[in-house]
Structure formats: C-alpha cells, structure tokens
Write a protein that binds this ligand. Structure first.
Ligand SMILES: [Zn+2]
Length: 155
C-alpha cells in the first residue's frame, strides 16, 4: 500500500471539497444511466457488463472545461471509445467519425441529446462557483502552510 503523502492528501482534499458543491452521481443515478443506455456504449453500441469494469462514465463536457459531475453530463462508454479513441474530443464529432452508418449515428446522437436534455440538478451559478474556487484554494494554502510548519518541527 502506498504511504500517505501530503500531496496525495491535498489532491484528495481538493476533490472532496469540490464534490461538496458539485457532487458525483449517486448509485441510483448511475443505475439510471446504465438503464438509459441499455448497458451498451453510447457511441459504438458494444454491450457492457455492470459487474465488470468495462463501462465508463464519460463526461460529456469535461471538468477541465467547466463541465459538472451531474449525471446528465455523463454518458456510458466502453473503455476503448472513452479512453483510447475519444480523449478530449467533443462527443458529436467523435460520434460522426466512429459511426459511419448515417442513420445509426443519427439515432445514437438523438438518444444522447435526450439524455443531456433531462438535466436534473440546477447548474451552479457562476459566482458561487468562483467563490467555491477561492474557498478551496484558501483551504489548500492553509494545508500547505501546516505541512511547512510541521516539517520545520522535525529534528
Ligand atoms: Zn464504444
């Protein structure tokens, strides 16, 4: 097992604090996603087994670009489409490249659009989001400060 390091704790702390304001999908929501996509990849249609780790929750709008953790900002994807091929590409252009059958691509496109349109939770107000980022960075600065002070106490 890896040792707990301040940098691991700091990353964990950042994720935990961010999840207070932008929670990750609940088990019931993940279940709803699997059902909606009928246990298959939203892009290529390959069947996925829930028990295995073959199904990925792919962010539609990536967190780096401000996408939330709301369940409707995710779709079900196989590891190949999500990890190896799509990467940071937007889902529409990825779908167009992945599925060459135009009718099938249109059908999957529509299915995903309906899912996105169901957005449950209210999007976070930008000023609350900006405040949250400040609060989180202050907490992380305090943590860094504590690490520094503790290191200074070592013999
Ligand atoms: Zn796929």
């Amino acid at each position: 097992m890896a040792k707990d390091t301040p940098s691991m704790a700091k990353n964990k702390m950042r994720r935990c604090l961010a999840a207070i304001i932008d929670p990750h999908p609940s088990g019931a929501e993940v279940e709803e996603l699997w059902n909606y996509f009928q246990s298959s990849c939203a892009y290529c249609g390959i069947p996925l087994a829930r028990a295995s780790r073959t199904g990925h929750l792919d962010h539609i709008e990536s967190s780096a670009l401000g996408g939330s953790n709301e369940i409707h900002n995710h779709l079900l994807s196989c590891s190949r489409c999500n990890g190896d091929e799509k990467r940071e590409e937007d889902w529409q252009s990825f779908m167009a490249k992945k599925v060459t059958d135009i009718e099938l691509a249109a059908e999957r496109h529509a299915h995903i659009s309906v899912w996105i349109g169901r957005a449950g939770r209210e999007p976070l107000d930008p000023s609350a989001k900006a405040q949250a980022e400040i609060i989180i960075s202050q907490a992380l600065e305090s943590f860094d400060e504590a690490v520094k002070k503790l290191r200074a106490l070592r013999p």
